[in-house]
Design a protein around this ligand. Structure first.
Ligand code: GUN
Length: 284
């Protein structure tokens, strides 16, 4: 069994992005990422801070916009339009979730698709689904990179994605299909989920339920990618666990991502890679 070291993998991706950034800067262009945070969700504040730090470390410009939780939706849409028209901004990310009075779909679809480094805009979703050049959502992209690194050619493998979110499950399934896997999207209503999971050569867990998938749902030798980041109380302390029960799954898997230190660090690394890609596409 091997543990897939997402932290080291992400550091490698960031180093390659930094090289690309240096090459673009030599031509007089500085890639720029704008991150918009509405409200004061503590977890979102941590993510946004880390994004800013890593963006600057890669040599890119970071623009942070913090708006009050009560900001009218029209003001957010106006800010996005301003960023769409700003040539120094190559990537725009609006941190989710948004406050209840805002229509997240409307907000996301206001972002210029060429600057949509999250890959959430409806036109990027359609481009990905039809196998065309698009912006690819960061977390599934990071998972795909680790899978290709571990397994090489994915063609013909049975892949089961547990979870059907627009952010992870659905785009993950599209990417695996693009690499010629036989893909099943399973979810909370799936009949005999255990048996479905046992058929997976590649098992991606993205449900947001702590340790929901035990080792006896894992096919011996399978590659397990755990996207879950769940906070649990354990003996009076808070700790992070995945959607997979790590100890029992690691005993049967061929390879597995730990939580923390697996998929998590890859998400921001892929965001930086997407920002560099957007900058390169914008500048021919
Ligand atoms: N909130 C949780 N994950 C994400 C993400 O990947 N992108 C954005 N914009 N918000 C998030």
């Amino acid at each position: 069994m091997s543990v897939i070291d997402g932290k080291a993998f992400a550091a490698d991706v960031r180093a390659r992005v930094a090289e690309g950034v240096a090459a673009v800067k030599a031509k007089g262009i500085t890639p720029g990422l704008a991150v918009v945070l509405v409200g004061e969700d503590p977890a979102s504040e941590v993510y946004v801070r880390n994004k800013g730090i890593q963006t600057r470390e890669a040599g890119m410009a970071s623009f942070e916009h913090k708006l009050d939780a009560t900001t009218p939706e029209a003001d957010l849409l106006a800010l996005i339009e301003k960023l769409n028209n700003d040539p120094a901004v190559h990537g725009i990310l609006v941190q989710l979730p948004l406050p209840g009075h805002m229509d997240a779909d409307k907000v996301i679809n206001t972002i210029n698709p060429a600057k949509d480094v999250d890959g959430f805009h409806i036109s990027n979703v359609g481009l990905l689904a039809t196998g065309q050049k698009s912006m690819v959502p960061c977390t599934p992209l990071g998972c795909l990179m680790m899978l290709r690194d571990k397994l090489g050619n994915l063609s013909g493998l049975n892949a089961v994605v547990v979870g059907r979110s627009n952010i992870v499950g659905k785009p993950m399934a599209q990417l695996l299909l693009g690499d010629s896997c036989t893909v099943t999207i399973a979810h909370s209503r799936t009949k005999d989920l255990a048996e479905v999971c046992r058929g997976a050569d590649i098992l991606v867990a993205a449900v947001g339920r702590p340790r929901m998938i035990p080792g006896d749902w894992v096919k011996p030798g399978a590659t397990v990618i755990d996207v879950g980041i769940n906070r649990i109380e354990d003996g009076g302390r808070t700790r992070l666990v995945g959607d997979v029960d790590y100890d029992s799954a690691a005993a049967v898997a061929g390879a597995i991502t730990p939580v923390p230190g697996g998929v998590g660090p890859m998400t921001i690394a892929c965001l930086l890679a997407n920002t560099l890609t957007a900058c390169c596409r914008a500048n021919g």
